[in-house]
Design a protein around this ligand. Structure first.
Ligand code: ACO
Length: 395
């Protein structure tokens, strides 16, 4: 018979920290974050500096490999990613199998997972060359698949990567170019997107990144781990918040623009409604990314000459919440998602693609964290629990 008492003694001390609010799961050299001071740095470089002076692929390289690439290294990285942008044609039959109403994040998770079956060697990353190859493959194929989720829902023919164009420009082409209408590059769009991707690129041990590390810790391959990260990101308390923010702003707009009413709902503890795009697990002062995005949103709309009533609602809501005792006392400030949706909307990206946009931006962070976890030879993730169920009983 099992001696429960003995077993209990053997388990030793277990700390309980639901949501891991105060528990570190690893050491990391990738991203520094100070939630009190509102500081975010990738590999020591301030987010404001990177958003202003770097492009997305440079930042991706920096995150994944630890150092800012020289011009030659960056060119090679970009070329190597290009080599892997072809997605196996048989993957199209998987895409065909999804209903037209399927959410793009569900398709993206499944298609990313399927990449493992079509590229079985990518699981093997024991040496530097194989690791580099897996990184470039993921950066290339994920972007293409992400845009296919949109084209499927639109009923458009699938597009292929154009090796004469840059990564972010390709994203817009892959999304929007149709045979009868060549895509015209809009510099403002590309610059805004580049910035948005940089701001989303990493955020230390958030829910999706921790998921990627956890799944990868069993030595599951990069595609399988990233697929799990996509699923985690999809939730409305995480990446899904950007879609939820816009839906909330549209709802307020459609109901007469009464921001005060929604503010009151958010404060009512009997009402499950939360002000989407407000609050953050770590930033208890302000989210430095929100500041940059707010400025970018204003610039994009001014350049395009767009007057968006949704932006007016967002401004009104933000101003009211910042003055409100409930929000002030709980340190609830606009987070990165509060303004990103407004830019996406101005770029013509449909609401249900917003979280996919986040995933494209977060991809280098996921890869960097997965790579670090493997290179540090971290043990398999396996938390403990405090059992609170029934004691032994007879069946
Ligand atoms: N609206 C209203 N009240 C809120 C909100 C909100 N958006 N966020 C937190 N609160 C309140 C809670 O009700 C709680 O109040 P209480 O102390 O009276 O019980 C208090 O503030 C603390 O909230 P917690 O849920 O304990 O904070 P936690 O750190 O666990 O959650 C989270 C952070 C999930 C981001 C939360 O603020 C939230 O749900 N925000 C809305 C969703 C959102 O925007 N998510 C995106 C996060 S950023 C990202 O993933 C990129």
């Amino acid at each position: 018979a099992i001696d429960i008492k003995k077993l209990r003694d053997l388990t030793g001390l277990v700390t309980l920290d639901p949501g891991y609010k105060n528990s570190g799961s690893c050491t990391s050299e990738i991203t520094f974050l100070d939630g009190e001071l509102g500081i975010l740095r990738y590999r020591g470089y301030g987010i404001e500096d990177l958003a202003e002076n770097a492009n997305f692929l440079e930042v991706s390289y920096l995150l994944i490999f630890g150092e800012k690439p020289t011009a030659e290294v960056l060119e090679k990285f970009e070329n190597d990613i290009r080599k892997y942008t072809l997605v196996n044609e048989e993957m199209k039959s998987i895409l065909d199998g999804f209903p037209k109403t399927a959410h793009p994040m569900g398709i993206l998770a499944a298609m990313t997972s399927a990449l493992t079956s079509f590229n079985p060697k990518s699981v093997d990353v024991e040496n530097e060359k194989d690791m580099y190859c897996a990184v470039c493959k993921t950066m290339g194929k994920f972007l293409v698949i992400a845009t296919w989720t949109f084209r499927k829902n639109m009923g458009y023919p699938l597009n292929y990567y154009d090796n004469t164009k840059g990564y972010v420009e390709n994203f817009m082409r892959l999304m929007f170019e149709i045979p009868t209408e060549p895509y015209k590059v809009n510099k403002t769009f590309i610059e805004a997107l580049d910035k948005l991707f940089i701001l989303h690129a990493d955020h230390e041990q958030n829910c999706s990144t921790s998921t990627v590390r956890m799944v990868g810790s069993s030595h599951a391959g990069l595609f399988a781990s990233i697929s799990a990260g996509v699923s985690a990101l999809w939730g409305p308390l995480h990446g899904g918040a950007n879609q939820a923010v816009l839906e909330m702003l549209e709802e307020i707009h459609n109901n007469g623009g009464d921001t005060e009413k929604y503010l009151a709902k958010a404060k009512d503890k009997e009402d499950p409604f939360r002000l989407m795009g407000f609050g953050h697990r770590v930033y208890k002062n302000f989210d430095p990314r929100a500041k940059i995005i707010k400025k970018a949103a204003n610039e994009v709309l001014a350049t395009l000459g767009v007057e968006d009533p949704i932006l007016d609602i967002a401004r009104k809501l933000e101003a009211a919440a910042l003055e409100d005792e409930y929000f002030k006392s709980r340190n609830l400030y606009p987070n990165v998602d509060f303004y990103s949706g407004i830019i996406y909307r101005a770029l013509g990206i449909p609401t249900d693609m917003f979280t996919v946009m986040f995933a494209i931006g977060r991809l280098p962070g996921w890869i960097a964290q997965w790579k670090e976890m493997r290179e540090n030879k971290e043990p398999i993730g396996r938390p403990r629990q405090i059992y609170t169920g029934a004691t032994l009983r007879e069946f």
